[in-house]
Write a protein that binds this ligand. Structure first.
Ligand SMILES: [Zn+2]
Ligand SMILES: [Zn+2]
Length: 278
């Protein structure tokens, strides 16, 4: 029970709100959008509850990755990884983790069965720090799991992994925040809010672009970068029939398989979904 209470961790929730609420007032990408925008309450439910299934799922992934790493890799190799300078471990593990995140994220856009999980996240029409939490647990466990599995399997030191988790969490919140920030020339190096906002943009030229979570290098290498920084998108979201409440959103990817009522996709909607997933 203590473990579950730690995952809910309301203190960090207040800290996050105290930092991002004023920041979004100072540098808003969309000044007219306030914190009580449409869907804020549902995203708050995601914020408070989602970390429980995600935390449990990622613990299972980490334990499995450690066991596989110990079984397949020589102990001397894992020990030598953990003995590298801390800064080198952090840089190396973040690049590896982001490459694996890129691959899994792109797969979620490519396979229709996975897209139905990821569509929950792309149903966000008004991005902010709170909306960052609107992610189906299966999506988050598989995508973040793919990024942390090699980190645990390769044997990086606990300190390097802890730094990665902290940086990843705050970076992810910033990417979704309602902030007009593009990092200037460093936008080629680090993913900025502008970079990730374009991933959520309802602009055809930006569909299936900017899959990296932290380093645009992977999108540049694999030809999926949309490196525009002179403007922010004007529209976000998708045309899929994603419901608007937490419970329905959790069930949404499974509805078709259970034979529940599934509104027929219009040719237009179907076309958008296929285009997004391609
Ligand atoms: Zn996506
Ligand atoms: Zn996102």
């Amino acid at each position: 029970m203590d473990f579950l209470l730690k995952l809910v961790d309301l203190q960090s929730a207040w800290l996050i709100a105290l930092i991002f609420l004023p920041l979004e007032r100072l540098l808003p990408a969309r000044p007219a959008q306030g914190p009580l925008r449409r869907g804020w309450f549902n995203d708050a439910v995601f914020f408070l509850l989602n970390r429980i299934p995600i935390g449990i799922g990622l613990l299972v992934v980490a334990a499995g990755a450690i066991a596989i790493g110990q079984a397949l890799l020589p102990a001397a190799f894992r020990a030598s990884v953990a003995q590298q300078p801390l800064w080198l471990q952090v840089v190396a593990l973040m690049l590896v983790a982001d490459l694996c995140f890129y691959a899994m994220h792109r797969l979620f856009h490519t396979l229709p069965s996975l897209w139905r999980f990821h569509a929950i996240h792309h149903s966000i029409e008004e991005l902010d720090w709170l909306a960052a939490h609107r992610v189906h647990p299966v999506d988050q466990i598989l995508t973040k799991g793919a990024s942390i599995a090699p980190v645990f399997a390769l044997g990086f030191a606990d300190g390097a992994i802890a730094i990665f988790f902290i940086l990843y969490q705050w970076h992810s919140l910033m990417l979704h925040a309602n902030l007009r920030v593009n990092f200037g020339p460093l936008h080629w190096v680090f993913a900025s809010p502008c970079f990730h906002h374009w991933h959520h943009a309802d602009h055809p030229e930006a569909w299936n672009r900017n899959f990296s979570a932290q380093f645009p290098i992977w999108d540049i290498v694999f030809g999926t970068a949309h490196m525009r920084r002179d403007a922010m998108p004007t529209r976000y979201g998708i045309d899929d029939d994603v419901p608007v409440t937490y419970a329905r959103q959790l069930l949404y990817p499974f509805r078709r398989g259970r034979g529940e009522t599934e509104p027929a996709a219009s040719p237009e909607t179907e076309g958008v979904a296929v285009a997004r997933q391609g």
